[in-house]
Ligand binder design. Structure first.
Ligand code: ZN
Length: 119
């Protein structure tokens, strides 16, 4: 899939760095969710966390996971701020193609959202 931002300037993102930021408890939860969405996004913008859970990613400095209620609250806030797409949930965060695109090798599917190939 060719990268196309309709003429907007764009550059590459180091997804490993975004994953580290997502795990960094110094950042507010709502932004950590946005970092996780980009850090784990596949070629259709869906993130399944490669065997991790969002709770493990968002653990505090002592390793305690946020409550499901607090995670859902932060996901709702991230949607309100336009950081992630409305179909995002605790199992799969979705980032907009206006924000993030990825080509080449990688997954084009999401079982959580029933995407078998492309959108
Ligand atoms: Zn998905």
């Amino acid at each position: 899939m060719a990268i196309n931002f309709n003429g907007d300037p764009w550059g590459g993102v180091n997804q490993a760095a975004e994953r580290r930021r997502a795990k960094d408890p110094r950042h507010p939860l709502v932004y950590r969710i946005s970092f996780a969405a980009i850090g784990w996004a596949n070629n259709v913008g869906h993130s399944r966390f490669d065997g991790l859970t969002l709770g493990k990613i968002l653990a505090d400095e002592r390793g305690n996971e946020p409550s499901r209620q607090n995670m859902n609250k932060a996901i709702r806030k991230a949607k309100q701020l336009g950081l992630i797409e409305p179909e995002s949930n605790v199992r799969c965060l979705v980032v907009s193609r206006r924000t993030f695109q990825r080509g080449g090798r990688g997954s084009y599917i999401c079982q959580e959202h029933g995407i078998s190939r492309g959108r």
